[in-house]
Design a protein around this ligand. Structure first.
Ligand SMILES: C[S@@+](CC[C@H](N)C(=O)[O-])C[C@H]1O[C@@H](n2cnc3c(N)ncnc32)[C@H](O)[C@@H]1O
Length: 366
């Protein structure tokens, strides 16, 4: 909204007035996608909102903003400060149930250790899904951006955007990229379910281990589809946690990972999503769908690396999520034991430990 005069705002103001007239209890004004607003527009909005608040003090007006547009909430909070029935709501401060866990700093060791293990598989898998040098790429829900740096080195994209909603992870990503002199990765703060990126921009869009974390994967997929060019591909990875395995102590390990799946489900996250990838891509409108699975194991390089992944899982899943769910100490002890047994299986000279992952992609039709 960048009008030259108040007159250019008359249509918008009329729509708002009509909505206000239609309700005596509560009205929501959604400005989540207003990325630009000049002072002429702001004054027009302020006039109509303040006079409506004064005219009907019992009606609540909720202005719904987004933290992605940094100026938005502070600007409208100046209005709300004067009117008790005018409220500013930042929709993405608590917008999906797992957010507090995955956006916390304590989640970073999980992401760091996981990518180290998965990359040795994915660098060979990705070309089978259409990734090659010189493409425009977006890594959506990029976490700490380590996958983006690996892509940058190996596949030399002409443009690489990496978006996430975790400020802590993005801070980490920017620091690492600076240390490695990778200044051209465009790290972006945003909500993957409501991206401000334009349609049909990218040849290759990746979204790894994240559809399973967000409570509305269908909406994320719709956005991945939207920003992908016709003929381009969207690549996703997801897990099936209850199929993590190990020997010895297979029973204890199996029990714990079945509990992991239930624990995530309690917070509306589906870490059993891997085998559902084909259906999800199909329902989202993709064609030429490819699906493959791979198993990260303790035989992939140094077994200590896999043990680090498992210990990072134990810290967050047993140390935070189970506690938040209110699980009793006996449950948490048994839950932790399965992770310890998995570590033992990974480090044991005759042991075997595995973590299965599904990699899938679909083409956006022309
Ligand atoms: C399990 S992590 C995976 C991160 C990274 N792709 C990786 O594999 O290391 C899930 C990531 O999704 C991000 N995320 C979840 N929902 C999101 C949303 N709606 N918008 C942006 N980021 C989101 C979280 O902040 C977190 O960094």
């Amino acid at each position: 909204m960048r009008p030259k005069s108040a007159h250019e705002m008359s249509h918008v103001i009329n729509v708002i007035k009509q909505s206000l007239n239609g309700s005596s209890s509560i009205v929501y004004l959604n400005i989540k996608r207003v990325t630009h607003l000049n002072m002429t527009a702001f004054h027009c909005l302020a006039d109509v909102l303040i006079s409506a608040s004064r005219a009907e003090p019992n009606r609540k007006i909720v202005i719904v903003t987004s933290s992605v547009i940094a100026w938005s909430a502070p600007l409208f909070e100046t209005l709300a400060a004067e009117q008790p029935n005018l409220v500013v709501e930042i929709y993405d401060s608590a917008f999906y149930p797992g957010q507090t866990f995955v956006e916390d700093e304590s989640f970073i060791p999980i992401l760091r250790t996981q990518t180290k293990m998965t990359w040795r598989h994915e660098r060979d898998i990705l070309p089978r899904h259409g990734l090659r040098q010189g493409l425009t790429i977006a890594d959506i829900c990029c976490g700490i951006g380590d996958f983006a740096t690996l892509i940058k080195r190996q596949f030399k994209p002409v443009r690489l955007v990496a978006l996430d909603h975790s400020k802590k992870s993005l801070e980490y990503a920017r620091r690492v990229a600076a240390e490695f002199g990778l200044s051209t990765i465009e790290y972006t703060y945003g909500d993957a379910a409501q991206m401000l990126l334009a349609d049909n921009q990218f040849d290759f869009v990746t979204c790894r281990h994240s559809l399973q974390i967000f409570d509305r994967p269908d909406i994320l997929l719709r956005e991945l589809y939207r920003i992908c060019k016709p003929g381009g591909r969207v690549y996703i990875t997801n897990e099936k946690n209850s199929h993590c395995l190990g020997e010895p102590h297979s029973e204890s390990i199996r029990w714990t990972y079945e509990q992991v799946a239930k624990l995530f489900s309690h917070f509306d996250m589906d870490v059993e999503m891997g085998p559902k990838s084909r259906r999800l891509l199909n329902d989202a409108g993709f064609d030429d769908i490819k699906v493959e699975s791979f198993m990260v194991t303790n035989l992939d390089g140094d077994p200590r690396d896999f043990a680090d992944v498992i210990e990072a899982w134990e810290n967050v899943y047993a140390g935070q999520m189970a506690v938040r769910r209110g699980d009793p100490p006996d449950f948490i002890r048994r839950f932790r034991q399965g992770f310890k047994d998995h570590v033992l299986a990974a480090l044991h000279p005759k042991g075997y430990a595995g973590w299965p992952i599904w990699a899938a992609s679909g083409r956006k039709p022309y």
